[in-house]
Ligand binder design. Structure first.
Ligand code: FAD
Length: 303
């Protein structure tokens, strides 16, 4: 029996390589100083969905909400095997906290009408792990967090092994479900060279508009609009259009979106940058581990 999987993917700043200029003076993230990457656990969610499709048939749709630049992760999803990708982008969504983000995603997911929705457990920038559970609540479907292995999928029922930290738990639920996937679930497949060659020029309408603006700085708006429309239809003919939806397309209630729909208030942001002297590196061998344990006991961190 074929299944339609929707995977929520997020473009995030690469927090693994944080340098001194990662934060601005006002305490916000200096996104220009950090390369943007595919949120790691979203790759595991995508891989789980691709395995479901490979085994049972059906299709995989990757969805992201963000700026047009977030199409980078959608292209990456296509290169790895996604059948369809959708960008949700709208100025009215700016400033969305997790509540508004999950609401907007829920409107898009409802429109796509999947059997299984997969999210990463957590995004490495916002780091809240709230979006998956909030999405399930808004869709009013069963939530299964911490998917580590998909044990069975038959007759519209899914069986999932959940990693619960100190062990695991196996749960079964009728579809549809929302599930959040942990990093240990699988090894994501690499991008396929053939798909990269075929889809590397795939673009959404906003990316085309930005490209035209850059290449025709002196042209008036109507000439730019005409040129963008021409390029978009040329891409569409070659099957290289990335679908782009705004809040009207997904029939979102604007009072639940952007700043208006975001009750979270950030009172204070502290910038913590580890200086060279503040950490010590231990070799992965018996002697170093013993030394580390002794230091932690002496420091009263453990024991
Ligand atoms: C007051 C406030 C204002 C904010 N304003 C902005 C802003 O203007 N611009 C901005 O970029 N961020 C903004 N943020 C951050 C933004 O709210 C979060 O990044 C976002 O809601 C996701 O939360 P998270 O990163 O903790 O994701 P988590 O809950 O940790 O993510 C879990 C999973 O949900 C899915 N997911 C999460 N976000 C998305 C997404 N956007 N698209 C698709 N799937 C997703 C992924 O599968 C991910 O692995 C703001 C946050 C607050 C509190």
């Amino acid at each position: 029996m074929p299944y339609h999987c929707v995977v929520c993917v997020k473009q995030v700043p690469d927090t693994k390589n944080v340098t001194g200029d990662a934060m601005k003076e006002d305490g916000t993230v200096n996104r220009a100083a950090l390369p943007a990457v595919f949120n790691p656990e979203d790759l595991n969610a995508l891989e789980t969905a691709l395995q479901i499709r490979d085994q049972h048939g059906g299709s995989v749709t990757a969805v992201t909400m963000g700026l047009p630049k977030a199409c980078d992760v959608l292209r990456e999803a296509i290169f790895r095997g996604a059948d369809r990708v959708v960008l949700i982008t709208d100025r009215r969504a700016a400033g969305s906290d997790t509540l508004a983000t999950s609401y907007i995603l829920s409107c898009a997911v409802r429109k796509l009408d999947p059997d299984i929705v997969l999210c990463g457990r957590q995004a490495i920038d916002g780091d809240t792990a709230q979006v998956g559970p909030q999405l399930a609540e808004k869709l009013n479907v069963t939530l299964i967090t911490y998917l580590e292995a998909l044990e069975a999928l038959e007759n519209g029922t899914i069986t999932i092994r959940r990693n619960v930290g100190n062990g695991h738990e196996t749960v079964r639920a009728p579809l549809p479900v929302v599930t959040t996937v942990v990093g240990s679930a699988n090894v994501p497949r690499p991008a396929a060279a053939k798909r990269m060659m075929k889809y590397k020029k795939a673009r959404c309408a906003s990316e085309i508009e930005q490209q035209v603006k850059k290449q025709m700085p002196d042209a008036d708006q109507s000439a730019r609009t005409q040129e963008a429309a021409k390029r978009c239809s040329a891409l569409a003919e070659r099957g290289l259009t990335i679908e782009q939806w705004n809040l009207d397309d997904i029939e979102a209630d604007l009072t639940w979106c952007g700043l208006a729909g975001s009750p979270t208030k950030v009172h204070r942001i502290q910038s913590i940058v580890l200086a060279g002297g503040e950490y010590k590196q231990f070799e992965p061998n018996e002697a170093s581990v013993t030394e580390l344990v002794h230091e932690l006991i002496a420091d009263h961190t453990i024991g």
